[in-house]
Design a protein around this ligand. Structure first.
Ligand code: HEM
Length: 176
C-alpha cells in the first residue's frame, strides 16, 4: 500500500501543481492585500474587541492562507518536480535540499490546512452551506464579508426566487 501511494503521489503531484497554479490565478484579484486586512488581524478576525472587522470577498485570514499557498505551496510543487525528475543531472546535495524543503513545506501546509478546514466547516456557522450551495444568507454576508456584501447586494434574491431558479436549472417543468 505504501509503495502504491508513493507511485500515485509521483504521478498526481504534477497534476496538483498545475491545478494549484490555475486556482491561484483564478483567486488572485480577490486576495490582493488591502489596508483593512491589518485591522482584521488586530481584531483577531473578530475575536478581540466588538463586532466584526471589515472584510471583502476574502478576509485577512483567507488572504494569509492564499499567500502561504502561493509561496510555500509553489515551493512544494517546485521541489516535487526536482524529486520527480532526478534525470536532469542535479547533484545529491540538490536532491537532499529538495527533499527537506518538500517534506517541511508539505507537512507545514497540511497542519495549517487542518485548522483552515475546521474554520471553513464546523467552526463558522453558515460557511459550509455557502460552499455546498453557492449561496449565503444576506445577514451572514453583512456580518462576515461586509465590503463584499456592499458590492453584490443588488444581486440578492428571496428564498422563493432561489427555489424557482433551482427548479429551472434542474430541468423540472412547472405544473401547468
Ligand atoms: C500538498 C501537496 C503535497 C504533499 C502534502 C506532499 C507530501 C510529501 C511527503 C511528506 C513526501 C515525503 C518526503 C520525505 O521523504 O521525507 C513527499 C515526497 C515526494 N513528493 Fe510530495 N507532496 C505534495 C506535493 C507534491 C507535488 C506537487 C509533487 C510533484 C510535482 C510531489 C512529488 C514528490 C516526490 C517525487 C517525492 C519523493 C518520492 C520518493 O521518495 O521517491 N509532491 N511528498
Amino acid at each position: 500500500m505504501i509503495s502504491a501511494s508513493k507511485i500515485l503521489h509521483n504521478y498526481l503531484g504534477p497534476v496538483f501543481g498545475i491545478l494549484l497554479v490555475v486556482l491561484l490565478l483564478k483567486l488572485l484579484k480577490d486576495n490582493i492585500p488591502k489596508k483593512h486586512d491589518l485591522q482584521w488581524f488586530k481584531m483577531g478576525g473578530g475575536l478581540v474587541g466588538k463586532g466584526h472587522p471589515d472584510a471583502g470577498f476574502a478576509n485577512g485570514g483567507g488572504k494569509a492562507w492564499y499567500w502561504l499557498l502561493a509561496t510555500v505551496g509553489l515551493l512544494v510543487v517546485a521541489s516535487g518536480f526536482v524529486l520527480d525528475f532526478p534525470n536532469y543531472g542535479q547533484s545529491r546535495d540538490t536532491m537532499q535540499w529538495a527533499n527537506i524543503i518538500h517534506a517541511v513545506g508539505a507537512l507545514g501546509l497540511t497542519a495549517v490546512a487542518l485548522g483552515h478546514i475546521y474554520i471553513g466547516t464546523v467552526g463558522t456557522a453558515g460557511s459550509l452551506e455557502g460552499m455546498t450551495t453557492g449561496y449565503v444568507d444576506e445577514s451572514w454576508a453583512k456580518e462576515h464579508h461586509n465590503l463584499w456584501y456592499e458590492e453584490v447586494k443588488d444581486q440578492a434574491m428571496s428564498e422563493e426566487e432561489l427555489a424557482a431558479q433551482k427548479t429551472e436549472s434542474s430541468g423540472a417543468t412547472k405544473p401547468s
